[in-house]
Design a protein around this ligand. Structure first.
Ligand code: NDP
Length: 253
């Protein structure tokens, strides 16, 4: 069976868990060869096996995207393995919350390094290949999907620096969308509300209790709900670009 993504190649960052894991599976199921970019190779190897079992194609590319040399090498390895690049999903992220007055500078630096710098390194390295793919007949378009957050639209107490990284992702994405419009490289942001993943595992028990008190008590999203959104964005016909997709749990106020 062929689908819109047959013959395409995608990179998904943060593919070792949560939203990235589900997105890699979804894009592979729709026909893309997928490069899995994250630090935990054991998780990536398991996912490669899972994708291959269902007839898909995937490659583990162990990478710390906050390291520029490693981020560039991840793109190079993808091209060496698959020969082209059509889709970049910048999903890897870190969320460490807490009152600004009490939070550590190291945590700020790590969030900025992963959520913003890593995203920029991956985007810069991928762009020449995306532009080339966009000029070819296969789809006449290429895609960058940046996973932002509701925290990229609305500020909340204890989320200041995380808010800053995600508001930044939104601003960068829209600027790049305008720059690349004529080149047929679509740039879109996807802003999830609360999703059941490992994201808040990096927070203290106190902060997690605070999050549960303020953002709990309702049915949260599953990673597949977001993977469906990414798949929707990258399977539109070439003349249709989804610049922004905001996906919330129905009951999240
Ligand atoms: P997870 O913690 O499950 O996934 C985060 C992923 O990022 C992991 O695969 C991790 O892999 C990867 N990652 C972290 N640091 C690096 C790094 N330096 N280099 C490469 N990969 C890295 O959380 P989610 O799936 O929830 O998060 C995915 C995205 O969704 C994030 O950008 C997050 O901000 C966003 N988001 C999540 C929401 C939620 O409620 N869960 C809501 C809104 C947005 P590894 O550790 O193996 O490197």
């Amino acid at each position: 069976m062929t689908s819109v993504l047959t013959g395409t190649v995608a990179i998904v960052t943060g593919a070792s868990s949560g939203i990235g894991h589900a997105t890699a599976l979804e894009l592979a199921a729709q026909g893309a060869s997928v490069a899995l970019v994250a630090r935990r190779q054991d998780r990536q190897d398991e996912l490669v096996a899972e994708i291959e079992k269902t007839g898909g194609t995937a490659l583990a590319v162990p990478t710390d995207i906050s390291n520029r040399v490693q981020a560039e090498a991840a793109v190079t390895k993808t091209i060496e393995a698959f020969g082209r690049l059509d889709i970049l999903v910048n999903n890897a992220g870190l969320m460490i919350l807490g009152p600004f007055t009490e939070a550590g500078i190291d945590d700020f630096e790590r969030m900025i390094a992963i959520n913003q710098q890593g995203l920029l390194y991956m985007t810069k390295a991928a762009l020449p290949y995306l532009q080339k793919a966009a000029g070819e007949d296969l789809r006449q378009v290429a895609d960058i999907v940046n996973i932002s957050s509701i925290a990229g639209r609305t500020a909340f107490p204890i989320m200041g620096v995380y808010n800053m990284t995600k508001f930044g992702v939104n601003g960068f994405s829209e600027a790049l969308r305008q720059e690349l419009a004529q080149a047929h490289v679509r740039v879109g942001v996807l802003e999830p509300g609360k999703v059941a993943t490992e994201l808040d595992s990096h927070n203290s028990d106190e902060v997690r209790a605070d999050i549960e008190a303020n953002f709990g008590g309702f049915q949260v999203l599953e990673p597949q709900d977001i993977a469906d959104g990414v798949a929707y964005m990258v399977t539109r016909p070439w003349h249709t670009a989804i610049g922004e997709l905001w996906i919330m749990p129905t009951e999240q106020g």
